[in-house]
Design a protein around this ligand. Structure first.
Ligand SMILES: [Zn+2]
Ligand SMILES: [Zn+2]
Length: 341
């Protein structure tokens, strides 16, 4: 089979690899048909996140089931499925309590398409075939009537945006309408998804960014947009804030814009190591701070339910590109790009 491989900064190429085979009764083989770039792929392509070359890329997408092991009962050959980017067994203690991003049966960070970061690499989705080790636990059928392009990021970035809002929707709903406000200080797609979910749960959303293209997308999703690097002291604080830029100074100002006993979720990855946190003001005002990786598989079903009724994520997609153009387009991506075949 062919798979897209990161060869060196700015260069990606199709490379031949052996066809995977079913080797365990719980496995499925799937053929990705629609793959989205993750925000991390864009950071690697832009050189913002240096990464050693030589690995197969792609870890967000929809696929068609082409073979299943004898014990697989939830999906059948021919089904269209969402494939979470994290590999999880569904049976261990962590999986059973919904912490599917840290499956205890596998090395930490078992995932697809990011071999240099992965505890266990499942291969890339920009490939003709992908092995799903625990098909019943991982795969979810794509519902009828949902735009596949809009949900191609359901493997990763869409749940990552949701987890900054979804767990607090009851808190938001309990507030007076005038207080039902969400601040998203965004960079890349996760902030756009968080904005979309804030709106879907009935909040007024203020979206802050420096990028014109994303500001236009956020506006199309229904957010009030603000072109500036970060919120300042004049901002009326919010019960729910989201920060996705991985810039410590923007994090500090987002924390400052969180109201007493409010919650601030940070989806950024701080590769630089130690980051100063304003713990005294956070203590004084009682800000709840949430960081960590999303548990993608655990939250996708709830998101699918929401998408069927209240929420269209299509405006967050920048480009739809033919599969065969991936080697030339992948290194030039700046926003959410979806490859189809
Ligand atoms: Zn990702
Ligand atoms: Zn597990």
């Amino acid at each position: 089979m062919q798979q897209l491989v990161f060869e060196q900064a700015g260069r990606y190429a199709w490379r031949a690899a052996p066809d995977p085979q079913i080797s365990d009764a719980k496995q499925a083989l799937v053929r990705p048909v629609m793959v989205a770039c993750c925000d991390l792929d864009v950071a690697v392509a832009e050189g913002v996140l240096p990464m050693p070359p030589g690995h197969a890329v792609g870890h967000e997408g929809l696929a068609e089931v082409v073979a299943v092991g004898d014990e697989v009962t939830n999906v059948r050959v021919g089904d269209r499925v969402v494939v979470p980017f994290q590999i999880n067994c569904g049976e261990c203690n962590a999986c059973r309590r919904g912490v599917t991003g840290s499956c205890a049966a596998l090395p930490l960070m078992a995932m697809y398409g990011m071999a240099p970061l992965a505890g266990l690499d499942g291969g890339g989705f920009m490939a003709d075939l992908v092995t799903v080790p625990f098909a019943d636990a991982m795969l979810l059928p794509v519902p009828e009537g949902v735009d596949p392009v809009a949900i191609a990021s359901l493997s990763d970035n869409i749940p990552d945006g949701w987890r900054a809002i979804g767990p607090y929707r009851a808190e938001l709903a309990a507030l007076d309408e005038v207080d039902r406000r969400v601040l998203v200080v965004g960079r890349r797609s996760i902030g756009l998804y968080a904005a979309a979910f804030g709106l879907a749960y009935g909040a007024q959303v203020d979206y802050v960014d420096t990028d014109q293209r994303r500001l236009a997308m956020a506006e199309k999703l229904g957010a009030r947009v603000h072109e500036r690097p970060k919120p300042d002291r004049s901002w009326d604080p919010y019960p729910v804030t989201v920060h996705t830029s991985a810039d410590p100074s923007v994090l500090t100002s987002t924390l400052r814009a969180t109201w007493p006993d409010g919650v601030c979720t940070d989806t950024g990855i701080y590769y630089q190591g130690g980051v100063e946190m304003p713990l005294l003001p956070m203590y004084t005002r009682g800000v709840r701070f949430v960081t960590g990786r999303v548990n993608a598989r655990a939250v996708i079903p709830e998101i699918l339910e929401l998408l069927a009724t209240a929420c269209d994520l299509a405006p967050a997609v920048d480009r739809v590109v033919p599969w065969d153009d991936a080697p030339s387009v992948w290194p030039t991506m700046t926003q959410k790009t979806v490859f189809t075949r």
